[in-house]
Design a binder for this molecule. Structure first.
Ligand code: NAP
Ligand code: HSE
Length: 434
């Protein structure tokens, strides 16, 4: 068996980077055998910020540098792996690698969703592919599935739980009754959260992944500035409890749906989902992506969406692919210049709306009448009463509302907010039936 060794330049030796090192130490021989010698991989340079930091994985000290560009410029490096995160230094590194004609493997969804247009153009120009399986849903091979396995389908919809950190936090709040800060700390300690967890909890990490999936499915780069995104930071234990009382769970859902006229509805937000829906049983760090193709019908991809092992597993799969064929048409070459996105105000679902109110006669009637004036139907109400003290003032009033466009609901709620019985802004969750 003849064997060509591909030299790897690894930028980043944190949670994922050190996981890649460990997999290659453990399974390097197996990987080489499986690829008939075409993917013998050797890490030849590792860039980090701090050389003195104590690390779990024991790579030789002489491989380390703090100069990111060494990872690209070292002539012994054939493939560059970017696992430093962020959109600035990572952009410069990836752009330099592509200009040098070196294939890139990255797990950086923020970089590709926000600056992909420039990088994919460089990739095309220099015939150097960008592989990014690890950027979406950790260990689940969803990029290859959408790009390759489902290539014969028009993708009608993608519905995903694609941020492990927020899913873990919501579950710990639901099942262990933890407060938001304690649940977040656990997710960080487990290596699920980003170095800066802001993007995990404000919905943007999931939105970046949805943008990548939507772009692959529909052939044009979706502009992240046009995408509607809400996070889980404001989800309260009260709404989680009410959801449960009403037969729902709260999940951070990312949706990419092709509407009849060909426009794409894309949004990420915490939503109510029936406890009976298959995605309701996706717990903790697990992710799931439900893809509907016009010929395939429904399919579901499920697995660990974050953490060292699953993510490094995806990076190694891309490394093998890069070493094996070095095809320059890998990565993403848009095949449409642009596409149309649906305005968020035109998207329709049912809703859960919680009003915090003072207990005074006519409150329910006033709210109901405003909703009726805007032709919004009420399918149910929920207002827990203290069984031992039925005369106690009610302060939380939940309305379940029939399907209507989001813009119509916003207009009605603006009017409700002007009522003096409201003590806080209404809390709105979409109820997704998918
Ligand atoms: P991490 O644990 O914070 O590791 C980042 C690594 O990059 C560290 O080794 C750090 O050096 C190095 N680094 C950062 N900036 C640098 C710079 N300017 N120059 C040189 N080295 C630099 O991050 P991670 O969790 O491994 O994530 C890495 C990437 O994978 C991110 O894009 C993330 O979104 C993506 N990802 C992560 C997961 C996950 O579960 N963690 C899953 C999927 C995708 P020091 O060690 O010296 O600080
Ligand atoms: N922070 C991300 C998450 C890592 O929690 O899903 C995987 O992309």
């Amino acid at each position: 068996m003849s064997c060509t060794i591909s030299g790897i330049g690894l930028a980043g030796f944190g949670t994922v980077g050190s996981g890649v090192w460990q997999i290659l130490q453990e399974h390097g021989g197996l990987i080489s055998s499986r690829s008939q010698g075409s993917a013998a991989l050797e890490i030849r340079k590792i860039a980090v910020r701090d050389l003195a930091k104590k690390r779990d994985a024991d790579a030789p000290a002489e491989l380390f540098t703090t100069d990111l560009m060494e990872v690209v410029n070292d002539p012994a490096v054939d493939i560059v792996v970017e696992l430093i995160g962020g959109t600035d230094a990572a952009f410069d590194l990836v752009a330099a690698a592509l200009r040098a004609g070196k294939p890139v493997v990255t797990g950086n969804k923020a970089l590709l969703a926000e600056r992909g247009a420039e990088l994919f153009a460089l990739s095309k120009e220099h015939k150097a592919p960008i592989h990014f399986e690890a950027a979406v849903a950790g260990g689940i091979p969803i990029i290859k599935a959408v790009q390759e396995s489902l290539v014969g389908n028009r993708i009608e919809s993608i519905a995903g739980i694609i941020n492990g950190t927020s899913n873990y936090i919501l579950q710990r709040m639901t099942e262990a009754g933890l407060g938001y800060p304690e649940a977040l700390k656990e997710a960080k300690d487990l290596g699920y959260a980003e170095a800066d967890e802001t993007l995990d909890v404000n919905g943007w990490d999931a939105a970046h992944k949805a943008i990548l999936l939507g772009s692959l499915a529909h052939g044009f780069l979706i502009d992240y500035k046009e995408v509607y995104v809400r996070g889980i930071e404001k989800v309260t234990p009260l709404d989680i409890k009410f959801a449960s009382d009403l037969g729902y769970v709260v999940k951070l859902l990312s949706l990419v749906i092709e509407r009849d006229h060909g426009a794409i509805e894309i949004r990420t937000q915490p939503s109510f989902l029936s406890q009976k829906h298959i995605l309701a049983s996706v717990h903790g760090v697990f992710n799931a992506v439900a893809v509907k193709g016009d010929h395939l019908g429904d399919s579901l991809f499920y697995g660990r969406g974050a953490g060292q092992g699953p993510t490094a597993s995806s990076v190694v799969s891309d490394l093998v692919e890069a070493a094996r064929n070095s095809r320059s048409d890998r990565g993403f070459i848009p095949y449409q210049e642009s596409g149309k996105l649906v305005e968020i105000d035109e998207t329709s679902t049912s809703y859960y709306v919680r009003f915090s109110v003072t207990d005074q006669p006519g409150v329910i009637a006033n709210i109901a009448s405003i909703l009726a004036n805007h032709e919004i139907g009420i399918s149910g109400t929920h207002s827990p009463v203290d069984a031992d003290n039925p005369d106690a003032a009610f302060v939380e009033m939940v309305f379940l509302l029939h399907k209507c466009p989001f813009g119509q609901l916003k207009t009605a709620l603006a009017e409700v907010e002007a009522l003096d019985c409201l003590t806080a802004r209404p809390v709105v969750f979409r109820i997704e039936t998918l």
